[in-house]
Design a binder for this molecule. Structure first.
Ligand code: MF3
Ligand code: CO
Ligand code: CO
Length: 252
């Protein structure tokens, strides 16, 4: 179980999370068709340094980049590279900043130029799914409360949620318990603990929930694509649970 954070640790989490939000907003505002995902990654890394943070992904289990950039059918952990961003793409940018020993993690899916109505709907559903999950958080609640509401909402829209990958505890370490899935049962899963932080980051697929695992050279981190090649979208916030409710920390 995660240890409760004291006042000073919470202060540091606030700083790291705010920085992660700044990097995400700054970088995503500059994304244009014609850029490569590697150029986007470089902007994020440079800006993280400018504001005094560390890109937490670099070197994490051998992962070579500052960000994960997951385009269209890529579910998560997409690798920045020579891919040229084009009109009509949906692109998830995932940024994690380390500051003073603490981690802030967030992501969003942006739409490049004119995207199809279907793509718009998948992205909107992913955002709403994250927010509905967050709104179900209570001080005495369970991870299953979040997953239950998320999956119910997504299924009713005719889409699917990824089951094996999801949110995680975060603080002095990048990834810890609890696992915060995008499906589950109310009152089940792991108990949420006041004054700890965790992420809510559902991955929503347009078609099948099945995915293909791909390896990343030199890293034990995998990246994932939808098995049917249809779209996947995701949003992520880092949350602080208190004794009276919750706070979204990855806001500017
Ligand atoms: N930011 C991702 C998450 O939401 C983790 C990326 S780990 C990396 O948990 F090594 F792939 F960068
Ligand atoms: Co995360
Ligand atoms: Co993330």
């Amino acid at each position: 179980m995660q240890k409760a954070l004291d006042k000073d640790e919470i202060k540091k989490m606030r700083v790291a999370c705010k920085m992660a939000a700044q990097v995400l907003r700054y970088t995503s505002d500059l994304i244009k068709p014609g850029m490569t995902t590697l150029e986007v990654d470089q902007i994020a890394d440079d800006y993280t340094k400018t504001i005094g943070g560390i890109s937490a992904c670099i070197g994490y289990h051998g992962y070579p980049f500052a960000t994960c950039i997951s385009v269209n059918q890529v579910v998560c952990h997409g690798l920045p590279g020579s891919y040229v961003i084009k009109d009509g793409d949906i692109l998830n940018l995932d940024v994690t900043v380390k500051k003073d020993g603490f981690f802030g993690d967030n992501s969003k899916t942006i739409m490049i130029g004119e995207v199809s109505d279907q793509a718009k709907d998948v992205v909107k559903t992913a955002y709403e799914a994250m927010m509905i999950g967050i709104e179900s958080i209570t001080p005495k609640g369970w991870t299953g409360d979040i997953g239950f509401e998320t999956n119910k909402f997504v299924t009713r829209k005719g889409y699917t949620t990824i089951k094996e990958i999801g949110g995680h505890g975060i603080g002095r370490v990048f990834h810890s318990e609890p696992f915060v899935p995008a499906f589950g049962k109310k009152g089940k899963g792991e108990k949420l603990r006041p004054f700890t932080c965790f992420t809510v980051e559902p991955m929503i697929n347009e078609g099948t929930e099945d995915f293909i695992e791909k390896s990343i050279h030199g890293s034990s981190i995998k990246y994932y694509e939808t098995a049917d090649g249809k779209l996947s979208a995701q949003f992520e916030h880092t949350i602080l649970l208190t004794d009276t409710g919750y706070e979204i920390l990855t806001l500017e």
